[in-house]
Each structure stands twice: as C-alpha cells, then as structure tokens.
Design a protein around this ligand. Sequence first.
Ligand code: GP9
Length: 426
Amino acid sequence: PKEILDNNKLPLRGKDSNKEKKHHGIGKNKNLIVIQVEALQNFVVNEYYDGQEITPNINKLIKDKSSIYFDNYYQLVGRGNTSDAEFVSQNSLYPSMKDGSYALYEKNTFYGLPWILRDEGYTSWAFHGYEPEFWNRDKAYPNQGFERFISKEDFDVQRIIGFGIIDEDFFEQSIPYIKEMGEPFYSFMITLTSHTPFNMPEHLHVLDIRNEHKDTMFANYLQSIHYADKAIGKFIDRLKEEGMYENTVIALYGDHTALHCTNKENKETMTKYLGHDYDFQDMMNIPFIIHVPGEDIHETISTVGSQLDFLPTMLNIMGLKNEKGIMFGIDLINSTDSLVAQQHYVPTGSYFDSEKQFIMSGNGIFKNSRCHDLKTRKPIDIGEAKENYEKAIKEINLSNYILQNNLIKKLIHGSGNIEIKEDLVP
Ligand code: GP9
C-alpha cells in the first residue's frame, strides 16, 4: 500500500491527546546528564545476593522521592550493540541488522535528543572512555548532534579494566569537561567497566560469592556491576559537591544484556537463581530511571517500553516537542500503546507488547512461533499475536526505509510530507 508519511501525524503510536500531560516540563531548562550503563540488566536492581545489596546506589536513586523507575523496559539493539542502544535512545528509530547504525547511516541527517536540545540553547557532548573510532562513534557523532566527543584520548588513562579507563576515573575526569560546557548542558555518558567477560581485579571482588557460583560468569557479572554501581554513586555525590546536581536531570538505563540465555551455564545458573526459566524476557529487561532533583514524582511505571521510547519520554520531562523529526516510540509516562519490535537475538518481527512476548520462529513459519504472557509467563495462543507481528514488521521496515532514504533530511528541509512507495506489510 502507498502511504503518506507526515511528521505532523507522528509518532505512529501513542498519539498526543489534548489531555494535560503528566510531568510535562518538570525538567524544563535544567541541565541533562544521561548515563548509559554497560550491560546493566534489570534483575540486579533492588536485589540482594545472600544479603548483600548488588546495586545500592542505583537502588537509592530509584527510592528517592524525585525518581521514576521503569521496570518493564527492554533493550532494542541491532548489529551495533552498545552503539545501537545509544542510537535508538537518542533518535527513537529502529537499529539495523546489516551493520551498526553509526556505520550505515554516518552521513544521514538526524534530529534526535542532542539536536533538539541544541535548538533550545543547550551544549550537547558525548563522553566515553574508549577509542573514538570504535563503533564509528567519532564519525557518526557530529550528525547525531554531538558537538564534541570526550573519549579515551582526552582522559588520563592510568587505571584500566577490560579495554578502557575505569568507570570511577571516567566520571571523575569528566567533571571538568562538563563544567567547560557551560549551562544548560546535555552530557551523554557511556560507561565501560562492566563489559563482558566481567573480569575484575581481585581487590574489586567485593561481594562474597557462594561456592556453587565461584568463577561463573554470573558471579563475575555481579562483582563487575557492583563496581559500576559504586562509580555511579560516587559520581552523583561529586555532582552534589560541585553544586552541579540541583539543576540537573539525571537519566540512567542499561544498554543491553550481560548474561545471554542461550549460553548453557548462564541459563542454568540464572534459572536456579531466579526460580523460573531464564529467558529472553529476563535477558532483555533493563532498568530505566529518571531523576529530577526537587520534584516529588516517586513512582514505578510498569508500562512495557524500550530504548525506542527514551526520546519521547525525555522530551516530555524536558518540556519539549520533536517538531521536525520522526519518532517511533511513545512517552512511557503518558501512553500505554506499547510495541517493542525486536530483531536481534530473536528473529525479526518478534516483539513485546503491553501483555505478551512473541518470538517468531527461526524458520519464518508463523505457526511455529511462540508467545507468552509477560506476567504469568503462561503460553498465549499465537493467533492473538498475528496483528502486532505484522505491525512490528511494518515498523521495522518503515524505520529502515526512512534511514535508507535519509528521509529525516527531507522532513526537516522539505515539505514535511513524504510518499512511502514501498510495500511495508509482509
Ligand atoms: C566499546 C563499548 C562496548 O566502546 O561501548 O561496546 P559493546 O561491545 O558492548 O557493543
């Protein structure tokens, strides 16, 4: 079918109603720090391992009266893994399975969070403690809207874990750069230490581990994410000391999974630990927290969402609208029209919606696919999953089409209406 893509009619789902929007503009004109945490899964949050709190600082942030916690939030990465978590979150567009979005669409025009905030007078910089070329970040960031990329080359890299500067030094050394940005600023900070295979030096093995878990990837992950959490806690304390906290919105989320459920050891260990079958639902579930100092907004929101919904949700908090671009996500505070169309780790067209996870069969035969209820984990008849399967495929195709044809450029500079000629329904 022919379709007209009209940016006035977007987002595709969760369309704005005339209702007054909850929490709209509570972060208006405040600075913004977004922390994307390497391999932060949701199961460690608010969790104790043999009485030891795994992520005390993130938990403290969640419990704060000024925080909203999204506990039904999922990763949405493609071939570009961590960099796609960035891309999807900043732009509310789907990733690709051909290559990382930063490589495929380096030269495209975008209008995501860094650009929207720049139009409001913000300075937008990205921070990450690894080589700038990795994932093609250095070349892609200018068109993403980041005016400067503070990378490994800008840090004094003395202490390394894995392949980059340790998170504590990354945060501490970022502070003078953030000050240099002036106000209002948008700092996008991507952590690194809790990267697979989670091998931490002995002195950072802080948690006591049961014999049955010793030397498992599960135990190493707990140590590693406990460290990342400590670095985040120190950073928030330092922002307070520096007088940079009160006027700054902090958003934090995990980029992607740490423990793959397709790995036999992880599957067995996690299934025993959680007391239920460790599956893609657990594996893809990441936390998302928004913290607006001074606001009384404490709430856990369980609307199903993903990194695709990050931008519209943040725009509502910052009191802004996306007047020019395209967003596939929804504002998770003001809509429940969920659809998380997946392509990675599960076959394309698999999805989460507000009640279920549908996993398309690997051989492409619909009747061989499976579906379960997100709350009860009981099977659901796949007949009920067909409509959203078609919608999921359509969304992914439409997003790919927009990116392949650099249509955001036309929307920004052209008439605002674009004819979609491709058949976008399977
Ligand atoms: C590298 C870091 C990790 O710069 O972001 O990327 P990943 O391997 O997790 O995709």
